[in-house]
Ligand binder design. Structure first.
Ligand code: G3D
Ligand code: MG
Length: 183
């Protein structure tokens, strides 16, 4: 297996505690779901290569360094350090807890303040396998549309929608990088 790649991007995963950030990253990078995650302390990252097809029809290998940032407020002081150098972000909420949706704007503000510019993001409505959903798809979609980000639904438990999150983000990042190169 080759370890070469065409692009390397740092991605940060953010959102309230227990929305499923660690579960999403684990599911994507290792392909399994565990229910005994220790609360993320500070931060940790996973590395995974994905293959995309570029506009020119050629394969593009993208190496993603995915930072799983601790969501608890006691880690707030540390988080800006982990955001630095991020090319893109995954903003996650839990469809069964309204509060996690209502605070999304605060996460965006924290990220923007730390890195001083807008970066491509995707909004992820997680835990869609659970029956007690309270945040309807229309609400998530509206939030995402207003901020020009893709809206995706996922379940780290079943695996549904997980690969999509990272493929869509990588695709946007590759396009952006190619445009910059040309200009
Ligand atoms: P965090 O990293 O955002 O803090 P975790 O969140 O990944 O630690 O997940 C918090 C809890 O939600 C965990 O449950 C985890 O198993 C569960 N979870 C994460 N994603 C999903 C999902 O898509 N569906 C369901 N049903 N549960 C999910 P525990 O009980 O281990 O604390
Ligand atoms: Mg975690």
């Amino acid at each position: 297996m080759s370890s070469s790649y065409d692009y390397l991007f740092k991605i940060v995963v953010l959102g309230e505690g227990a929305v499923g950030k660690t579960a999403i990253v684990t599911r994507f990078s290792h392909g399994f779901f565990r229910t005994d995650y220790k609360t993320t302390i500070g931060s940790q990252f996973a590395v995974k290569n994905i293959e995309l097809i570029g506009d020119d029809g050629q394969n593009v290998t993208v190496k993603l360094q995915i930072w799983d940032v601790a969501g608890q407020s006691r880690f707030q002081i540390l988080r800006p350090m982990y955001y630095r150098g991020a090319s893109g972000g995954v903003l996650v909420y839990d469809t069964t807890r309204k509060r996690t949706f209502l605070v999304l704007e605060e996460w965006l503000a924290e990220l923007k303040q730390a890195i001083g510019k807008d970066i491509p993001l995707v909004l992820v409505a997680n835990k869609t396998d659970l029956p007690d959903r309270v945040v309807e798809p229309a609400m998530g979609r509206q939030f995402a549309d207003a901020r020009k980000m893709p809206y995706l639904e996922s379940s780290a438990k079943t695996g549904e929608g997980i690969v999509d999150i990272f493929e869509q983000l990588a695709d946007v990042l590759v396009r952006q990088a190619r445009q910059k190169r040309q200009s």
